[in-house]
Design a protein around this ligand. Structure first.
Ligand SMILES: Nc1ncnc2c1ncn2[C@@H]1O[C@H](COP(=O)(O)OP(=O)(O)OP(=O)(O)O)[C@@H](O)[C@H]1O
Ligand SMILES: [Mg+2]
Length: 429
C-alpha cells in the first residue's frame, strides 16, 4: 500500500518547485475548507470554485452521480461566463456519454486538448451554458471505490492545455472532495431523519392536545343536552364554563398555529399598552377568579399612545398571563403582577411576574422553542414561541428570569413604534 502510494507520488520529484508549492498550498487550503463545511450545497460550490483555482482554469463544474438512474447530473457550474441554471436543468449524462460520462464509466481521469474535435465531447452542454470549451480535464470523485461524481475544469488559462501535473493534483483534490461530500450527505440525511422525528413528535403532542379538548367539548354537549331535556338549569350553569373554556382553547390553538406558521409584518395602529393588557386580562378574568388568582396591573408610567399590532400583542400577553396562571395552580395567595413603564423615549418595558415555582432551571433554555412544553397533552408548546416571534416582528425582545422570592418574571422590551422587522431576520433575546 505504502509502495503504491510512493509510486503514485513520484511525479512530484520532477515537477517544477514553484508549481508544487502552488499546488500544495491550494490543497492545504482546500483540506481546511472541506473539513469546516458540512452544508452540502455550500461545500459543492466551494469545491467547484477551488478546483478551478487549483487547475488555473476558466470554468469548472461538478456533476454528481445518481446511482439509481446511473446518470450524472450537474450540481454546480462556475465560470466567467455561461448559463449555469440551464446546465443544471437540462444536462444529464448516461455513463459513457460525453467526456464526463466516459470518465465516470472508466473511473479514470481524462485530458482533452481540443474538445471541439473530440467525438466524445458532449456539445449540448456548451450550447445549454453558452460556454465555448477549448480544452478540459475531467477527474472522477471516488470514495472507497464508489463513484460520487466527476469534477471538470475547462479552458486552461496560461498554457495551451492541462498538464499531467494538473491531473495528479486534481485527482488528490477529488479524493478529498469525495469524502467530504459523502460526509455532508450523511449529515444532511441525519438532519432530515431528526427533523421528521421531531415533526412526528410534535404531531403526536398536538393530536393529544386536540383530542383532550374534543373530549371536554363532547362531554359538555352531552351534559347540556341532558340539562335541556330535563329542564335542569343547574346542570346548564355548571357545564357552560367548561364548554366556553374548551372553545376558547381551540380558538387559541388555531390562532397560535396561524401566527407561528408564517412570517408577517405587524399591522400597526395607534392604541395604548394599557388597552392591550386589560383586554388580555379580561379574557382570563373569570378563570383567574375561579382559581383565586389576584391580578395587579400598573401602567401609570406608560400612558403614551403607541403604534403596534394590537391584536398580535394581545395574543402575546394572553399567552404570558395564561402561563402564569398554569404555574400558579395549587399555589396559596397566587398573584400575577404586571407593570408597564416607558424606559426611554422609544421603548416600553413590560414585566409579567408571578409567585409560582419559577421556571425549572433544567428547561430554561428550551421554553421558547416551538412545541416545547412541560404540560404533556395540556399544552402545545407554541405559546412562548409565538409570543417571541410577534415581539421580534415588532423589533423588540423578550427575556425571562426567576425572582429571588420565587416565581417567573418575563420582561418584554417593546419599541413604541419601532422598526418593522423584515421577514426571515431574527433578533437576539
Ligand atoms: N410563568 C411560568 N412559570 C413556570 N414555567 C413556565 C412559565 N411560563 C412558561 N413556563 C414553561 O415554559 C413552557 C413553554 O411554555 P409555552 O407557553 O410555550 O407552552 P405551554 O404553556 O406548555 O403550552 P401552550 O402552547 O398551550 O401555551 C411551559 O410548558 C412551562 O414549562
Ligand atoms: Mg403557554
Amino acid at each position: 500500500m505504502i509502495v503504491e502510494f510512493r509510486e503514485s507520488m513520484q511525479w512530484l520529484d520532477t515537477a517544477p518547485p514553484d508549481e508544487v508549492k502552488r499546488m500544495v498550498e491550494a490543497l492545504y487550503r482546500v483540506h481546511r475548507l472541506i473539513a469546516a463545511i458540512t452544508d452540502l450545497d455550500e461545500l459543492l460550490e466551494r469545491i467547484t470554485e477551488e478546483s478551478r483555482l487549483v487547475a488555473d482554469a476558466e470554468a469548472s463544474s461538478i456533476m454528481l452521480f445518481d446511482a439509481e438512474a446511473e446518470e450524472l447530473f450537474f450540481h454546480v457550474a462556475l465560470g466567467s461566463s455561461g448559463n449555469q441554471e440551464a446546465l443544471k436543468r437540462e444536462v444529464r449524462l448516461k455513463l459513457g456519454q460525453g467526456i464526463a460520462g466516459v470518465t465516470a464509466q472508466q473511473r479514470k481521469s481524462l485530458i482533452v486538448d481540443d474538445a471541439q474535435q473530440d467525438p466524445r465531447f458532449y456539445r449540448e452542454a456548451d450550447s445549454a451554458s453558452q460556454f465555448q470549451t477549448r480544452n478540459l480535464l475531467a477527474v472522477p470523485m471516488l470514495e472507497k471505490e464508489h463513484l460520487i461524481g466527476v469534477i471538470e475544469v475547462l479552458n486552461k488559462r496560461q498554457e495551451a492545455s492541462f498538464t499531467d501535473l494538473d491531473m495528479r493534483v486534481l485527482e488528490m483534490f477529488a479524493n478529498l472532495a469525495a469524502s467530504a461530500i459523502v460526509n455532508a450527505q450523511l449529515i444532511k440525511e441525519q438532519l432530515r431523519i431528526e427533523r421528521l422525528a421531531a415533526i412526528g413528535q410534535a404531531m403526536t403532542g398536538l393530536s393529544h392536545y386536540i383530542k383532550n379538548i374534543i373530549t371536554g367539548l363532547t362531554g359538555s354537549v352531552d351534559l347540556i343536552e341532558m340539562g335541556l331535556a330535563r329542564n335542569n338549569l343547574d346542570v346548564l350553569q355548571r357545564t357552560l364554563p367548561v364548554f366556553k373554556r374548551s372553545t376558547r382553547r381551540i380558538a387559541n390553538f388555531v390562532q397560535d398555529m396561524l401566527s407561528f406558521s408564517k412570517p408577517r409584518e405587524p399591522l400597526r395602529r395607534s392604541c395604548t399598552i394599557e388597552t392591550i393588557l386589560r383586554e388580555a386580562h379580561e379574557s382570563l378574568a373569570e378563570f383567574y377568579e375561579s382559581r383565586g388568582i389576584a391580578f395587579v396591573l400598573d401602567t401609570d408610567k406608560a400612558q403614551d399612545t403607541i403604534y403596534v399590532d394590537q391584536e398580535a400583542l394581545y395574543r402575546c400577553f394572553l399567552n404570558l398571563f395564561a402561563n402564569a396562571a398554569d404555574a400558579l395552580q395549587d399555589c396559596p395567595e397566587a398573584r400575577i403582577q404586571v407593570r408597564a413603564e416607558q424606559v426611554d423615549p422609544e421603548n416600553l418595558l413590560i414585566t409579567v411576574c408571578d409567585n409560582g415555582p419559577g421556571i425549572d432551571i433544567a428547561v430554561k433554555d428550551q421554553i421558547f422553542d416551538p412545541f416545547f412544553s412541560t404540560k404533556g397533552s395540556r399544552g402545545t408548546g407554541l405559546g412562548l414561541a409565538v409570543t417571541r416571534k410577534i415581539i421580534r416582528e415588532h423589533g423588540g425582545s423578550i427575556t425571562v428570569r426567576n425572582q429571588e422570592s420565587g416565581g417567573a418574571c418575563f420582561s418584554v422590551c417593546l419599541p413604541k413604534d419601532g422598526p418593522v422587522l423584515k421577514t426571515g431576520a431574527s433578533l437576539p433575546g
